[in-house]
Design a binder for this molecule. Structure first.
Ligand code: GLN
Length: 270
């Protein structure tokens, strides 16, 4: 009789990963595992687990196999149409929430919203603020829309390139986690990245193509005194501050992520 414990050992994956895969097959949570290490497993479940293990060994990201990833304590649906939300981005949400908190009932635009992670986290923090998520990809937007519905969070989702679908509107805050990885960065070939949408990752030869576009166009989308928050690579802080200063943004400042890397830069519309 194959037990839960034996099956987890045999999978040949990091323990945490095999646990997640098995729990998704059994539709159980982690607490269940502690008490059921020597429980026998139905053959049907063993087969389903073996299938997920094969996918993982073929390097498919855990988040895509499970179809879910938690961000800001919200369970988000994720598919290969969207970037997998990262803990690094919670720095941006934290900062954005502080800024939104200063404009009760204010409005916020999330550019390149993907799964809707940032937009939904901000809506969750400030339900009375109006949040708009824009993405060029129809596939990504359907994932974002589905997440909004599942979480019961009302966000406006618009399809288009960056500022295009909101060209006649002004917001109190603009936030974005745009693609910012340099085309020649070997990081693109490691971990989950090869499975993620390239348009959500690659930012051109210096990685700054989208960031430049947002910094150049951002002031027209903000009301006076409004702020822009951009996530960027660990080594792009100085370049992003310089770009913002060159385009007359004020109070430019960078904050670090949990790993201590410069990750998010702010600028204020004069
Ligand atoms: N932070 C991600 C990574 O380096 C990239 C996300 C992005 O390009 N916006 O893996």
């Amino acid at each position: 009789m194959t037990t839960v414990e034996a099956l987890l050992k045999k999978a040949g994956l990091p323990r945490r990963e095999s646990e997640l895969l098995l729990l998704s097959v059994l539709d159980q949570d982690r607490a269940w595992l502690f008490a059921h290490g020597d429980a026998p497993l139905a053959e049907e479940n063993q087969r389903a687990f073996a299938h997920l293990v094969r996918r993982r060994r073929a390097k498919e990201p855990i988040a895509y196999i499970l179809g879910e990833r938690e961000f800001w304590s919200l369970p988000l649906r994720v598919t290969p149409e969207v970037l997998i939300p990262r803990p690094d981005t919670e720095v941006l949400v934290e900062w954005g929430a502080t800024l939104l908190g200063k404009t009760p009932g204010g409005s916020c635009l999330d550019l390149g919203t993907g799964s809707g992670a940032i937009a939904l986290a901000l809506k969750h923090e400030y339900p009375d603020c109006s949040i708009t998520g824009v993405d060029a990809s129809a596939g990504a937007l359907s994932v974002a829309r589905c997440n909004g519905q599942r979480l019961g969070l009302q966000v406006e989702w618009l399809q288009g390139s960056w500022f295009e679908p909101v060209s006649d509107r002004r917001f109190n805050l603009v936030v974005s986690n745009p693609p910012y990885i340099r085309d020649d960065d070997t990081h693109l070939k490691s971990g989950d990245l090869p499975s993620e949408p390239a348009v959500a990752l690659r930012g051109g030869t210096d990685g700054l193509d989208s960031i430049r576009h947002i910094i150049e166009g951002g002031q027209a989308a903000l009301s006076a005194g409004g702020g822009l928050l951009i996530e960027h690579g660990w080594d792009q802080g100085a370049a992003v501050r310089e770009l913002m200063q060159r385009h007359a943004w004020q109070a430019v400042e960078t904050r670090r992520d949990l790993a201590g890397h410069e990750r998010v830069t702010y600028g204020c519309r004069p």
